[in-house]
Design a protein around this ligand. Structure first.
Ligand code: PEP
Ligand code: MN
Length: 300
């Protein structure tokens, strides 16, 4: 099959994901993902552990510059013996944290039943890597009017990710944000291998926003900041970062969480890189086609 044949085939497989995506997703607090605007940061703990924990961290991530709060109510765990989330109780705590901080909330759902439970409490639904191929679930979130954060499965190709987005969009929901969160390779030093070429490739294929999760990609807090910088530099529309203020006591993924102070540094990196690359400040302009020129000016 020639490259041209492959493009035609993909056009047949995911016409909506390739051509009809919502380029920017707007939230009640004014945050916007995509559209060539300043990249945003979504942050929070892997799991909602208690009312106090999510409330405290919501204030801390807001103070650090995050514009959306992410916390897991339903946790897909590789081992069934690990903490699997507080479920509906966590959704209530998230809604309270939103009330207290004004931050829109994102949380993962793993079944169509959970979509119905979560929908009234959250501003964005997350589909985790393990569920990218769960077509019943993709259809269920496609029937809501909430934006969907769709994570790439461990070994999914870019085309498979776009076809998963197609399932959501086919139900009428065009607000899909794609998330690169690392893929499985031979390298055990990092939890996964962050595939930034997928980000750059997706940006040439679809107008759907693309964000990067350096926390699950690396599994190492000391690598989250450098990979965040790289993600923004290669064109990501935002970051999804796991944050905890007591990582050793976290019930889930504490070993990869960064501190609120590191989050603050990452937000400031994002702004500096966005300035250097001249990301558009408003909807009337697009990304600077000559980022090098912008870099030289800002370096003087
Ligand atoms: C998560 O976001 O906490 C998570 C479980 O991520 P992933 O689905 O990418 O493994
Ligand atoms: Mn996690």
């Amino acid at each position: 099959m020639t490259d041209a044949d492959k493009v035609i085939k993909l056009q047949d497989q995911c016409p909506l994901a390739l051509n009809a995506g919502e380029p920017e997703i707007r939230f009640a607090n004014g945050a916007i993902i995509g559209g060539g605007r300043q990249p945003i940061v979504i942050a929070g703990p892997c799991a909602v552990e208690s009312q106090d924990q999510i409330n405290r961290l919501a204030h801390k991530v807001k103070a650090a510059g995050a514009v959306l709060l992410r916390g897991g109510a339903y946790k897909p765990r590789t081992s069934p013996y690990d903490f699997r989330g507080l479920g509906p109780e966590a959704l209530r705590y998230l809604a309270e944290a939103r009330e207290a901080t004004g931050l829109p909330v994102v949380s993962e759902v793993m079944s169509p039943e959970q979509v119905a439970v979560a929908e009234p409490h959250v501003d964005m639904l997350q589909i985790g890597a393990r569920n990218m191929y769960n077509y019943e679930l993709l259809t269920a979130v496609g029937r809501t009017r909430l934006p969907v954060l769709l994570k790439r499965a461990f070994s999914a190709t870019i085309n498979e990710l776009l076809q998963a987005a197609e399932y959501i969009m086919l139900e009428g929901n065009k607000q899909v944000v794609l998330c690169e969160r690392g893929v499985r390779t031979f390298e055990p030093h990092t939890r996964n291998t962050l595939d930034l070429s997928a980000v750059a490739a997706l940006k040439t294929m679809t107008q759907l926003p693309v964000i990067v999760d350096p926390s699950h990609a690396t599994g190492r807090p000391e690598l989250v900041r450098p990979m965040s910088r790289a993600a923004i530099a290669c064109g990501a529309d935002g970051l999804l970062i796991e944050v905890h203020d007591a990582p050793s006591q976290a019930l889930s993924d504490g070993s990869q969480a960064v501190s609120p102070d590191t989050l603050r540094a990452i937000v400031s990196d994002v702004k500096a890189i966005a300035r250097a690359l001249a990301f558009a400040p408003d909807e009337n302009s697009s990304r600077d086609p000559q980022p090098l020129a912008a870099l030289q000016t800002s370096a003087v």
